[in-house]
Design a binder for this molecule. Structure first.
Ligand code: BJW
Ligand code: ZN
Length: 240
């Protein structure tokens, strides 16, 4: 980790702080990331287009649904880590959280009722692609693949897969927050997935100061004001 003084300074003086998180913020809770050097990284072991695309679900709905249930069963056992807790402190001081994560860990520690802009949906619900019927999922009592009670299509996890559009209201709220931000804290994202990764450039082009916390090098390293490489659960609490 390089000197955190400048990063702390940026966060202390921010008036409109946006926190942009990815899978790395949950890695210290035991949630596998998608990419990165870890041997557990999901896309190192599984094919993203088979398991996280509408075409993959159409080809083998049970395979995809069971894979999501496996991830749900992992999530039922894990807890938020000190990075989520530190981020929640910033949130209670007015920061906006934009997350790519579907794991719900920010919500578990954040101030009750606080808004979190979940760009890629939630794993704790199913929805119907045809009629939009949605059902919450209890992570401790997982249902099997089943048809939509309204239209008969298979219900699928309420996440955003490759080739699918993000919820336009959430996306526009995220863009507005980034345009208005005077500082951004990025935690634990490879910055490879769009349009989410474009939010960093949007904030930077509106002159926000940017602090990055990530284990591995990322495409944002050269455009940020302070880059701290290491584990989120170690570094983020030191900045807050
Ligand atoms: C730590 C740490 C520790 C580890 N502490 N740090 C070119 C070709 C083809 C397609 C495209 C293209 N350009 C753009 C696209 C479209 C595509 C895309 O971006 N593809 C790229 C991969 C090339 N995007 C989309 O399809 C999006 N929709 C869209 O664009 O709609 C318009 C459109 C329609 C049709 C055609 C084209 C465009 C939707 C993207 C949906 C992403 N979905 C997933 C799965 C969600 C459900 C689920 O969870 O299963 O979302 S993929 C996966 O990646 C997940 C994540 O939210 C997302 C981002 O990952 P994230 O969070 O950055 O995690 P990692 O694992 O990548 O990185 C973790 C980082 O943490 C690493 O850097 C580590 O170093 C670090 N780390 N431990 C701190 N302890
Ligand atoms: Zn339906």
């Amino acid at each position: 980790m390089t000197d955190p003084t400048q990063a702390r300074d940026i966060l202390t003086h921010a008036r409109r702080l946006v926190i942009f998180t990815g899978a790395g913020v949950s890695a210290d809770s035991g949630v596998p990331t998608f990419r990165g050097a870890s041997a557990d990284a999901l896309w190192g072991k599984y094919d993203p287009y088979q398991l996280a695309s509408p075409q993959g679900f159409a080809a083998d709905p049970k395979l995809v649904y069971d894979w999501y249930n496996w991830r749900r069963s992992q999530l039922a056992l894990i807890q938020p880590n000190p990075a989520h807790q530190a981020i929640a402190k910033l949130q209670s001081r007015g920061a906006t959280i934009i997350t790519q994560n579907v794991d719900g860990l920010h919500e578990r520690v954040g101030p009750p009722g606080a808004t979190i802009l979940r760009l890629h949906g939630t794993i704790a619900a199913d929805r119907c692609s045809i009629c939009d019927h949605a059902e919450e999922i209890d992570l401790h009592h997982l249902p099997a693949l089943r048809p939509c009670p309204r239209c008969g299509e298979y219900l699928r996890p309420a996440v955003v897969w490759f080739g699918e559009s993000l919820d336009p209201d959430i996306w526009h709220a995220a863009e507005s927050a980034c345009r208005a931000a005077d500082a951004m804290l990025i935690v634990g994202t490879s910055g490879e997935v769009y349009p989410a990764a474009g939010l960093v450039r949007l904030a930077a082009s509106n002159r926000a100061k940017i602090v990055l916390v990530n284990l591995d090098p990322s495409p944002f390293d050269d455009m940020v004001d302070a880059a701290l490489h290491g584990r989120a659960a170690d570094i983020v609490p030191q900045l807050v």
